[in-house]
Design a protein. Structure first.
Length: 401
């Protein structure tokens, strides 16, 4: 009985002590500040350890007689329609957690119910950073530039056969700035190599890719199309990239692995792919320049056949009213591109060409812009004595928030 009374007295005393504040002090949660910037709505704790950014992007497009690039000879005669559509509807989430240099990023395509990007980055040092997850492989500048920050409405006909697109894996990257000409960005990637959303690998081989960018004038060019800010001094870069992989696929896209025209559905490790590119970029005053040269070898191990592909494009633009930012008027830009693709280098007279002209009206840079483009396609397949050509007209409104 005495033990029960003693225990009851102890518990009663402890409860009274808690109610009177005789407990260990609890650290209050840090205050959260809110602001809006170029990356959307931003929520940050005052201690700087946590940040959440929310943004969205919508693209509305009209196209005639078709929206997609022609891929085969028959496309010139089968695509005949006027089309209005929501081309992209994206939700973006990014920021950092626990440490300012431990960052994360998610991107979701609402119209297709597809996760595009999900990655975590350790970016404590500018010269040495790490990344893991799924993202657009840092191979070609044309593909890495966001679809909301492109100079022309879409990427060139070269993108489809040569892009690595989104892959899952890990990478080491950074910028080494030794001063003056000794300024480089590098990326080394080890990837599964079976495309976006892959849950398995087809064999025990991984995709290896590397990119070295020399910032010729001591500062790199931003991964964005158009010279929207007047560049008093020129900025330029030259980049080299290469990739090797074996898989059932000969190309990649936002839908995953697939096949180029003329290739059968593959089996595990059927296609050994090696490719490289050389790339140049320049922005000076209101002028911008971008070019890429691609080569790709595909060896079909099942049929003992080697295919060699080649492609290149040049693209340039000029801001027509460079002083617009001073009076808050919309910025106007005229841009053009020429692209040439040779799907098999042994067939010298088989070529696919693209001539594009675009006009941009930037109400708030790339966050709010209107684009009109006109494109002429010319396909020659002289190995089978046929050719086709056609025009395409498109209008697009791009809105980010």
């Amino acid at each position: 009985m005495l033990l029960k009374k003693t225990l009851l007295f102890f518990l009663l005393g402890w409860a009274m002590g808690e109610s009177m504040g005789f407990q260990d002090p609890v650290k209050p949660p840090p205050a959260v500040s809110t602001r809006y910037g170029s990356k959307g709505f931003q929520f940050s704790t005052d201690d700087g350890l946590y940040r959440l950014q929310l943004a969205g992007r919508l693209q509305f497009r009209f196209a005639t007689p078709a929206d997609q690039d022609p891929i085969t000879y028959d496309d010139f005669f089968e695509q005949d329609q006027n089309l209005f559509k929501i081309n992209r509807a994206r939700l973006k989430v990014g920021g950092h957690a626990h440490k300012p240099w431990l960052t994360y990023y998610f991107e979701y395509e609402l119209s297709a119910s597809r996760i595009l990007d999900f990655r975590v980055m350790v970016a404590k040092w500018p010269w040495l950073s790490f990344k893991i997850g799924q993202w657009k492989s840092e191979y070609s500048r044309e593909r890495v530039i966001s679809s909301g920050r492109q100079q022309l409405m879409e990427r060139s006909i070269i993108n489809r056969p040569f892009t690595l697109d989104r892959q899952q894996g890990a990478s080491v990257y950074g910028r080494w700035d030794g001063g003056g000409l000794a300024d480089f960005n590098y990326h080394f990637l080890v990837l599964t190599g079976t495309g976006i959303g892959a849950r398995t690998n087809d064999d025990n081989h991984l995709m290896y890719s590397g990119r070295l960018q020399w910032n010729v004038l001591g500062e790199g060019v931003d991964m964005s199309g158009s010279a929207l800010n007047y560049h008093q001094k020129p900025t330029a870069s030259i980049a080299w990239a290469g990739t090797t992989n074996t898989s059932p696929y000969t190309r990649y896209s936002s839908q995953g692995g697939g096949q180029l025209t003329g290739f059968e559905n593959g089996t595990a490790g059927q296609y050994a792919m090696d490719q490289y590119l050389v790339e140049t970029t320049l922005m000076y005053r209101a002028f911008s320049w971008h070019s890429e040269y691609h080569r790709k070898n595909i060896f079909d191990t099942n049929n003992d056949r080697l295919s060699r592909l080649q492609g290149w494009f040049v693209q340039a633009g000029i801001l027509l009213n460079a002083a617009a930012s001073e009076n808050s008027a919309p910025k106007l830009e005229l841009a053009g591109r020429y692209a040439l693709f040779r799907p098999e280098m042994r067939l010298q007279e088989n070529n696919e060409e693209e001539y594009s002209l675009a006009f941009n009206c930037f109400f708030n840079d790339h966050l709010n812009k209107l684009t009109v483009d006109l494109t002429h396609f010319d396909f020659e397949e002289k190995s089978v004595n046929r050719e086709a050509s056609g025009w395409r007209f498109r209008v697009q409104y791009d809105f980010s928030f």
